[in-house]
Design a protein around this ligand. Structure first.
Ligand code: HEM
Length: 123
């Protein structure tokens, strides 16, 4: 059975997605104060993570160990506004990368749940 990763378009699709996503994140007034590191490095990590998240090779775990993503986000103040901004950037990036169909809907739905779960501060 094909994984969601393959159905979405594999490596090329995820690369397009992170390439469309991070310039938006770095330009967003609510998110940009948190993103001070090298954009290429965060793109690289996110690409590995999302590949694995969608059922592709477990690239993130091979390099960094257990994702424990909520834990890795605890050092950042994630407010509901920031979660919404992150999701808005992701939706626009999915449009730009031309991700379509039911798998896109499923993927976005999952990311919405996770983004809300990462909220660790009220406004
Ligand atoms: C809810 C809003 C979110 C905010 C404000 C946020 C913010 C951040 C920040 C500031 C970093 C560190 C960037 C750096 O190292 O330069 C980061 C890393 C990361 N985020 Fe998020 N994030 C959010 C949601 C998510 C979601 C929903 C996912 C995926 C399900 C995700 C996946 C990642 C990954 C894979 C990394 C790299 C972790 C590492 O350093 O190994 N983030 N995020």
């Amino acid at each position: 059975m094909e994984s969601y990763y393959e159905i979405l378009g594999g490596e090329e699709a995820i690369q397009k997605l992170v390439d469309a996503f991070y310039p938006r994140v770095y330009a967003d007034p609510d998110l940009s104060p948190l993103f001070e590191g090298d954009m290429n490095e965060i793109k690289r990590k996110q690409k590995m993570f999302l590949t694995q998240f969608l059922g592709g090779p477990d690239l993130y775990t091979q390099e960094f160990g257990h994702p424990a993503m909520r834990y890795r986000h605890l050092s950042f103040e994630i407010t509901p506004t920031r979660a919404e901004a992150w999701l808005r950037c992701m939706k626009e990036a999915m449009d730009e990368a031309e991700l379509e169909g039911e798998v896109r809907e499923y993927f976005y739905e999952k990311l919405t749940q996770i983004a809300h779960f990462f909220v660790n501060k009220t406004e």
